[in-house]
Design a protein around this ligand. Structure first.
Ligand code: MRU
Length: 356
């Protein structure tokens, strides 16, 4: 991976396909510095995913697709290499459904064109990866349109982790709903949880919203209950990493607690996620694989130890919020409400029939 330029434009380019390779903003270095890295080989994309240079479920899908395309560009024997490339990318992070969805989509395309000359296959796979990126931005805008009417005017919105432009190809899922509500003229402000241990809320959400000029108050995660009880918060909007058929939602660790506190205080809890985050093969959230990350994310803050050496640590990156706490799931195809088995299946069918 090589580094380049600083950010100057106002829109955030999370990930792009260029003639040099796959360019992504290094999210581990925000907000201190805005540095872009260029991945020239699929192994570098896999490494960028593993090390959180790029993160957030939809962004991981785009990265994986571009990784497959990069792999194809450097292979002279795709029949042998394609499964190897796809496996390496699939092994990077286990929870975000979009990663597996995107790899599967690339495999399907390859399957349908494998008889063509190599140059044409490569070109088609690159186009597909670019299409996944472009579609993601359009999907987020549609989610914003569907979700914005749910956001109460004159109140604050609480969000957790980063489900913004940086977690997607652009605009964001949860932050897309907030951005769309602001563009509708709603008078809202945002409470952003810092999101221990990786601080996506403090480092990324606060940075994005500040750049947009959306009034934002950064709080530590343990303050959420206090503010939900205060009456200041009109709704919670979060993203998702994987949603089971019954509407159970895997999202950043800490989401479950916020959902319970929201229900206790009569505050609606909304999840904004594209159809590609749904995993209808799983009956419930109990089956969602939860990533366990390294101990140093908990014992250290920005490289400084905050715990005694040798302490035993748990670091699940996600938790599962049971469907009974979820007021609605906002997708690009519409808003799903309980019972989710039915409503999510209908939205998926709508998405599939559009593709045919
Ligand atoms: O570990 P991360 O930073 O990849 O986790 C991201 C989240 O949990 C987001 O809230 C989720 O992916 C939704 S992003 C649109």
């Amino acid at each position: 991976m090589s580094e380049s330029a600083v950010l100057s434009q106002s829109t955030i380019e999370t990930i792009e396909w260029t003639s040099e390779g796959v360019v992504m903003i290094d999210q581990t270095r925000l907000p201190r510095e805005t540095v872009f890295v260029t991945c020239r080989r699929y192994e570098e994309v896999a490494e960028a995913i593993r090390t959180m240079v790029i993160r957030g479920a939809p962004a991981l899908g785009v990265a994986a697709a571009m990784g497959v395309a990069l792999g194809a560009l450097h292979s002279n024997d795709l029949e042998t290499d394609m499964p190897v490339i796809c496996d390496a990318l699939a092994k990077t992070r286990p929870t975000a459904m979009n990663l597996f969805w995107a790899i599967e989509r690339m495999k399907q395309v390859y399957g349908s064109i494998r008889h063509l000359p190599l140059s044409q296959i490569r070109e088609r796979l690159v186009r597909e990866a670019q299409a996944i990126r472009d579609e993601d931005i359009a999907i987020n805008k549609a989610m914003g349109r569907n979700g914005a009417p749910l956001v109460p005017d004159g109140k604050a919105v609480l969000t957790h982790c980063n489900a913004g432009a940086l977690a997607t190809a652009g605009f964001g899922t949860a932050l897309g709903v907030i951005r769309a509500a602001v563009r509708m003229g709603k008078n809202i402000d945002v409470f952003a949880d810092e999101t221990r241990p990786f601080l996506q809320g403090a480092r990324l959400t606060a940075w994005e919203l500040q750049r947009d000029g959306i009034p934002t108050t950064l709080i530590t995660d343990n303050m959420a209950g206090h503010f939900l009880k205060s009456g200041r918060i009109g709704c919670v909007v979060v993203g998702a990493d994987r949603i089971a058929a019954n509407g159970d939602v895997a999202n950043k660790i800490g989401t479950y607690g916020i959902a319970v506190l929201a229900k206790e205080n009569g505050v609606p809890f909304y999840v904004a996620a594209p159809i590609s985050t749904l995993d209808l093969t799983l009956a419930s959230g109990d089956e969602i694989p939860i990533e366990e990350r390294g101990a140093e994310e908990v014992t250290h803050v920005q490289g400084v130890a905050v715990a005694p050496e040798g302490i035993s640590v748990a670091n699940p990156a996600f938790d599962v919020t049971p469907n009974r706490y979820v007021s609605a799931i906002i997708t690009e195809k519409g808003v799903a409400r309980a019972p989710y088995e039915e409503s999510l299946r209908r939205l998926c069918e709508a998405a599939r029939s559009k593709m045919r």
